[in-house]
Structure formats: C-alpha cells, structure tokens
Design a protein around this ligand. Structure first.
Ligand code: M6R
Length: 366
C-alpha cells in the first residue's frame, strides 16, 4: 500500500535515501566497489574501447548521465541512443564495444530489441535493471540491479536515482581498474556518494518551499527549463516528469542554445526553471538568466547552498538552495527537487498523479 502517502509517487520519492543506501551497501565491499559475478564484470570493464548506452524515457536520461560520466572519468568515446531509434540505426558496434541497456521494468520491448541487436553484432552486453528475473536480464551477459523495490507510479523516480548511482559506481570502478583515477580521488568520490542519501533527505525537508513554487505554475501551459552540462541532463528528466504528470508542456534546453531559437518562446510571465549547480558554468548561466528576465520570464533558480550568494543579491527570482555536494554529484539533490515540484503541480491540479493519461508503466509495443 501507500503507507499513509497520498500517492505512490510521493512514497517512492521518499524511499530514495533508503534505496540509495541499499545500493551502496550492496556494491561497496570493504570500502571498494565490487560489481559481483566474481570479477567477471571487472574483466569486461577492462577490455572495451567504446561504450553505447541505449534505453527509453527516464532510463535514457540516466544513460545520458552515464555517458557524461564515462567521458569525464574515462575519456573514451561513448554515445547514448534511444532504443526505438537504435533498432533501425547504423550505429557501429563490435566486440570492443560495451553495450549497456538500462530499464526499470526489464520488459520494455524497444530496449529488449536493441539489446538483441547489439548481442548479435558481438558487443559485450550489460544491463542495468530494477526488476530481478525480467526478460532483459535473460538476454544480457551480466545485470547490475538497482534493487529500488517495486515502482508503482508511472512517473519514474527512485528508478532514476538508483540508475544514476549504478552509473557512478560502474564508471568509478572502470576508472580505477584502468588506472585513470588515484586511490585518493576514488575515496573522495565515494565519500560524496555516501553523502547522497542525506542530501536527498535534506531536499525533502525543504518540500514546502518547492510546493510554494509549484503552486505558481498550475495554470501555466508552457514551462521551460534551462541549464548547462550536467544540469541540462537532469533537466531533461525534470521536464519529462512535469509533462507526463501535470500535462504542462515543458521542455529542457541547454542554456547556450536558447538564443539559437527557443528564446523566441519567452514572453511576459513565461515560467522558467534555471539550474546552475556547476561552479565553472555559473557566470554563463547567469547571463542567460538575465536574457530571459529581460523578456519577462518568471524564474526559479536551482543552485547549491554554497553558490547561493552569487545569485541572492537579486530579488528578481526565487532561489532554491540545494545541499552542497561536489558539483559532479549535484544531479541527485537536483532531480529530487524537480520530482517534488512536478508531483505538487500534478496533485494541486487534482490529476491522477500515479496514472497519467495515455501512459502505461511498462511499454511492450514498439
Ligand atoms: O521500464 P523502463 O525503464 O524500460 O521504462 C522506460 C520508460 O518507459 C519510462 O522510463 C518512462 O519514460 C517513465 N514513464 C518516465 O517517468
């Protein structure tokens, strides 16, 4: 049951700190990352020179973050592709490619067909799944489980954050196996990951502030989300969340792309969520925020507590300060803020949060 929560989505958002602690317990053995299968996954991780990640929807967004991390910490060519497109694409795969399929249910037909194709072409196939024993697990060479527990709400929440956590662990393991990261850097990274569950609890603690911001947009027809780098990747997922359960047309744009077209959509009163958690991108993001403010946008800014001072002088927009983690890990608190935001918009509109129109939890038709 919903254990006192109004909707499964609310329950599942709140389950994230526990679910993430569970992953860390499962995959950290005596302080180092152990991906299981008695070293067989490690062996796979030392032998590829390209990565291809394929999934749908929220799992695709987690895969995009995986791509970002592989590029950042391994410096090898990586691409993410939508499963439905991959099936008909001419993407080059070979025995030196690590192919990763990501799926909460493990039953999504497009992702399954993509995996079959990759296997046929000789790629090493890894799956990141939530449901044990699901169809995709039977096709992949190895499966890393997110063990988030059953996710009932159609809008995926804990599946995403646990998929992200798997990608951090996978890429860090890879980087340390290949000597791309010192022991000290690895330890520092793991320290940050261990702080993630508490950081999420802290975001849930400021839910009333997030709720107040959500109330402002329940009548809106369009909403835009802008950010750079990792922020942009998180916003893609945030915008999917908002559109699927609130029916507000919401789109994420890379802030630097705004003036190449999308800024034409910004007029007086257009709601915009700007995310700026990456220290080195702050000044550029600030100038984008100024541009849209000048066109009348109503801006809510997501940043981290320690960067708030860079923005707080302005009373032109509302600033939400997220708990401080190193920039590379801010994706976790950031998405939870956006999950809560979408949840409140949907609930306050009186919609069926857990069962949005036209959508199914598991998509078994192509
Ligand atoms: O079970 P899967 O992870 O393969 O599902 C993929 C998508 O259908 C799913 O993430 C969908 O986008 C969610 N409704 C998003 O909240």
């Amino acid at each position: 049951g919903k254990q006192g929560y109004a909707y499964y989505m609310e329950k599942e958002i709140n389950e994230q700190p526990e679910a993430l602690k569970r992953i860390l317990t499962n995959y950290l053995v005596d302080g180092s990352i152990d991906l299981g299968y008695e070293g067989a996954v490690d062996k796979m991780l030392t032998s590829f020179n390209r990565v291809c990640i394929v999934a749908c929807g929220t799992a695709l967004h987690a895969g995009m973050m995986g791509t970002h991390l592989f590029r950042k910490w391994l410096g090898i060519p990586v691409e993410t592709e939508m499963a439905s497109e991959f099936i008909y694409s001419d993407t080059v795969l070979d025995k030196d490619t690590l192919f990763i399929a990501v799926s909460q249910s493990g039953e999504t037909i497009d992702t399954m067909e993509a995996l079959k194709k990759a296997k046929k072409e000789g790629a090493a196939c890894l799956a990141v799944l939530n449901v044990r024993g699901s169809s995709i697990s039977r096709i992949a060479d190895y499966t890393l489980y997110t063990d988030a527990g059953p996710e009932i709400a159609v809008a995926s929440t804990k599946a995403y954050t646990t998929q992200l956590m798997i990608f951090y662990l996978l890429v860090l393991r890879c980087a340390s196996l290949r000597g791309r990261m010192t022991e000290a850097d690895l330890e520092h990274a793991l320290e940050n990951l261990r702080r993630v569950p508490d950081a999420i609890t802290q975001v849930i603690a400021i839910k009333d502030d997030i709720h107040r911001q959500a109330k402002e947009v329940i009548m809106a027809s369009d909403l835009f989300m802008i950010g750079r780098g990792m922020d942009y990747l998180v916003l893609l997922e945030g915008a999917l969340k908002l559109k699927e359960i609130s029916y507000i047309h919401s789109e994420a744009y890379a802030a630097g792309e705004l003036k190449h077209g999308p800024i034409a959509l910004i007029t007086d009163g257009t709601p915009v969520i700007a995310a700026a958690t990456q220290t080195k991108l702050i000044s550029k993001e600030l100038s984008n925020v100024k541009e849209i403010k000048a066109r009348g946008a109503n801006v809510v800014l997501l940043t981290k507590e320690e960067l708030k001072a860079d923005f707080a002088q302005s009373d032109e927009y509302h600033v939400i300060g997220l708990p401080n983690l190193d920039d590379e890990y801010m994706s976790f608190p950031e998405i939870v803020a956006l999950q809560l935001y979408s949840y409140y918009v949907s609930a306050d509109k009186g919609l069926d949060v857990d069962k949005p129109r036209n959508l199914a939890k598991v998509v078994t038709v192509e």
